[in-house]
Write a protein that binds this ligand. Structure first.
Ligand SMILES: Nc1ncnc2c1ncn2[C@@H]1O[C@H](COP(=O)(O)OP(=O)(O)O)[C@@H](O)[C@H]1O
Ligand SMILES: [Mg+2]
Length: 303
């Protein structure tokens, strides 16, 4: 395993011991075809406890297909998929969940008008009392949700507020804390920062790091190399369904990572072309890595 020398990342568990264990989840030459469409081919991936594995790639690269295999939504059609070193083939997400593999999807499965604490326990409510008179244990659910959110460093004013009133970053954070509480060992995040602004993305990245520090193996899907590089220990770049790059943090810099992302070379070419067009100031164009960052209108604009 590569020592990246940063001291803050790498194969070190929460209590400071190095992660000597094998991967929690591993793909070996895995692939998936939808009928005639080969969405993924020959992919190797290892997810270790206490580490963040970033999966990058442009739209259509196969990122969602990859995590659908691991989360039990789809089955691989080639290669191997192993959990704790044993080959598996999940038929439902519930089977993956039973092995501790939890997925936070971009379109979070929350009920916007229900309170935060209620959403935290959605589908796994705490109850009290013996069977025919069993009822929701509201007090315990509220207290536990509050404790768990605080444990992750998430401080909300009021857990009674509808979850729909939280910011996108906060909602993602609650979903992460929820997965941790319900015993996830592997946490899959499908583009959690894609719809968020810079500040909200920072909030989510912070909780990705918190989940890692609690010893989870995190799979972070993104097409933003900056976000990936802030928390990642390993980077796997997909392009047209195959691995274009698989590198430890110590083996690849942010600039190189950005160039590996689809769009890097194309943007450079586009910039060059635009330079020939009068009236386009190429110096003002975003850099390659800024492609996904929203460009805020400047208040002292020339209108
Ligand atoms: N259910 C499906 N049926 C047929 N083709 C699919 C299906 N899901 C994804 N694909 C195709 O597989 C490729 C990879 O898609 P996807 O995994 O969604 O990529 P990403 O998440 O990186 O954008 C694309 O060409 C897409 O059109
Ligand atoms: Mg996708």
């Amino acid at each position: 395993m590569t020592d990246n020398g940063t001291g803050t990342h790498g194969a070190v568990l929460q209590d400071g011991t190095p992660d000597e264990g094998g991967p929690l989840v591993e793909l070996r030459g895995a692939g998936k075809s939808y009928g005639n469409v080969r969405a993924l081919h020959g992919v190797d991936l290892r997810v270790h406890a206490g580490r963040v594995t970033c999966v990058l790639g442009d739209n259509g690269a196969g990122k969602s297909t990859l995590i659908k295999i691991i989360s039990g939504l789809h089955q691989h059609t080639e290669g191997e998929f192993l959990v704790d070193g044993r080959p598996v083939r999940f038929s439902t997400p519930r089977e993956a969940l039973h092995q501790g593999i939890a997925t936070v999807y971009q379109d979070l499965a929350t009920v916007p008008l229900m309170p935060v604490w209620r959403n935290f326990f959605l589908g796994s409510e705490m109850t009290k009392g013996p069977w025919p008179v069993r009822r929701l244990d509201i007090h315990r659910m509220k207290r536990t949700a509050d404790e768990e959110l605080r444990n992750m460093g998430i401080v909300l004013d009021d857990l009674e507020q509808p979850i729909g009133t939280l910011s996108g970053g906060q909602r993602q954070s609650v979903a992460i804390a929820r997965a941790v509480y319900f015993g996830a060992r592997v946490l899959i995040l499908d583009e959690p920062t894609a719809a968020l602004g810079v500040k909200q993305s920072g909030v989510v990245l912070k909780y990705i790091a918190a989940a890692r520090d609690r010893g989870l193996g995190v799979i972070f899907i993104t097409h933003n190399p900056h976000h990936a590089y802030m928390v990642g220990d390993h980077f796997s770049v997909l392009r047209l369904g195959t691995l274009e790059l698989s590198a430890e943090r110590g083996e690849v810099g942010l600039e190189e990572l950005t160039n590996h992302m689809a769009g890097g070379a194309e943007l450079a070419a586009l910039k060059h072309e635009l330079a020939q067009v009068r009236g386009v100031d190429v110096e003002e164009l975003p850099e390659e890595g800024d492609l996904t960052a929203p460009v805020a209108p400047s208040p002292e604009g020339d209108s």
